[in-house]
Design a protein around this ligand. Structure first.
Ligand SMILES: [Zn+2]
Length: 77
């Protein structure tokens, strides 16, 4: 058995303040096929929740897949 040695380089990982995080949801309600309706990319989780409430009100769909994305930057220590 061989061992691989990874040289550890110290970096700090932090959220990139110059790029806004992204929030989105997709409706996955449905028996055989997902509904597929999407909120689109939002800049705040409350906007996604508002879209979900509206979509549920219109369709009675209750299940969503939520996605969060942000940008990260590594800075040498
Ligand atoms: Zn739906």
């Amino acid at each position: 058995m061989t061992r691989r040695v990874f040289r550890y380089v110290p970096y700090v990982i932090a959220q990139d303040a110059s790029a806004a995080p992204e929030y989105a949801a997709r409706c996955v309600s449905g028996d055989e096929k997902d509904c597929g309706a999407e909120s689109g990319v939002c800049g705040h989780p409350a906007e996604v929740e508002e879209w979900q409430r509206r979509h549920t009100q219109e369709t009675r769909h209750l299940r969503y897949r939520r996605v969060f994305a942000d940008y990260a930057v590594l800075t040498p220590v």
